[in-house]
Structure formats: C-alpha cells, structure tokens
Unconditional design. Structure first.
Lengths: 83, 146
C-alpha cells in the first residue's frame, strides 16, 4: 500500500510518501492511522488530531471509516487551501 | 473543457482566445484571475509556496468542471491552477467560462472559484522574512462552497 503525505502532515512525518504493509486486522483508514501512530512520535505528531486531517483513498476524498485494501494509495493531508 | 495544473505562468487573453474555436455560439465570457496578495495582515509576504497532489489535483478539477457544466449551459470552460513558489502579484489561478448569455458564465465562474477553495488538493504556505506558516482553511470559504 502506498501512503502519501502533504503540507504540514508531510513535514511532521518527515516523508513525502512510503510503501507499507499493515497487518490483516488493519481494515479502515482510521485503523491505519492508529497503526501508524504506534510506529513513532513523528506519526503521532502529524495524525493525533483527526479533526485537522483529511484523507483520500485512490485520489478521492473519503471518510475515516473507509475500507482499505492492498494496492491502495492512501493520502493524509490538512484541509485544502487552493484557489 | 480544459484543466491544467502547471508551474509556469499563463497568459489569460491567449488562453481564453483559444477557447472561442471550441464554441458554436459564444456570447459571454467571464474570467477570474487569482493573484498572490502582498499581505493578509500587517506582515509583508515574500512568497507563497503552493503544494499540490499530482493526479488527484487533475481529477478533482475535472470533477468540479463537470459539475459546473451540469448546472449551467456552458460552451466551454477552463481552469488553470499553478503550483510552486510564487511572489506577490503573480497569478495563481485562472477560471474562464463561456456561454451564450452572461448569466450562465457569471454563475459558473463564481461556483468554480468557490469550489476550488474547498475541493482542490492544493496547500498554501506563506513565506515571511522571519518564518513561514501554512494557510488554514477559512470557514467563510466552506460556507460559500456549500
């Protein structure tokens, strides 16, 4: 699974993107974020406040309860500020 | 309908002129150009850094444009959004809508600009002499986009 990060989420985690293989029981984006947070302080610093984060699965906005599967591209980022 | 995400600047009259050929009976053109402001508070801005999500950016802009074409009678529609480091007074975004009568073009252009603010995966970082800050989403933009 490919994970991509943008703006201050990217800065706090310290990576633009990475490939991960979460365990079988990680079935939603919410569970994925929990699993990431257990990996280190940088992930907790970036993802702890979920109200400040938006998520996308395969380049489409989704909610935290969205199911994920192998081969997905999941993105974590702050609310967008384009235009 | 055209959507472009690019680092380079754009020439609005040239871009809009090229759209006329796609239109059977153009009667009204509304364009919006967004610029980098020099200041939003009392601090002078040095530059704006625009980050985007390649791939999703194009998809979202195409969705937004398709929605505008469903709601209004448009003959052509263009959105150009830049990324990278931009200085004050540089152009950030161009929206152009062409219709037979002005009502559709005005409404669609306004809708597109509002939706870009809340639906397009771009992030702005303001660079000042003494540091930088990520721009936060504005409640007013969310309400306007509905």
């Amino acid at each position: 699974m490919k994970l991509v990060y943008f703006a201050w989420v990217r800065e706090r985690i310290g990576l633009d993107f990475e490939a991960v293989t979460p365990p079988q029981e990680v079935k939603t984006i919410s569970a994925l974020a929990d699993w990431l947070c257990a990996r280190g302080d940088n992930y907790r610093y970036a993802l702890a406040d979920r109200s400040a984060i938006r998520v996308a699965r395969n380049q489409t906005f989704v909610g935290w309860d969205e199911a994920i599967s192998e081969g997905d591209e999941v993105a974590f980022f702050p609310p967008v500020t384009g235009g | 309908m055209t959507v472009k995400i690019q680092k380079e600047d754009f020439d609005a009259p040239l871009e809009v002129g090229a759209m006329y050929d796609n239109c059977a009976n153009p009667g009204a053109v509304v364009t919006f150009t967004g610029l980098v402001r020099s200041r939003d508070n009392d601090k002078e801005l040095i530059a704006l850094e625009l980050e985007h999500y390649p791939g999703m950016g194009e998809k979202q802009l195409e969705k937004i444009v398709a929605e505008a074409r469903k709601r209004w009678d448009l003959q052509d529609c263009l959105v150009i959004h830049r990324f990278g480091r931009l200085k004050p007074k540089e152009q950030i975004v161009l929206v152009a809508c062409i219709s037979a009568h002005r009502g559709d073009a005005f409404a669609a252009a306004s809708f597109l600009v509002d939706w870009l603010k809340t639906k397009a995966p771009f992030w702005k970082k303001e660079i000042y002499a003494d540091g930088s800050t990520w721009v936060q989403e504005r409640r007013e933009d969310i309400e306007r986009a509905g």
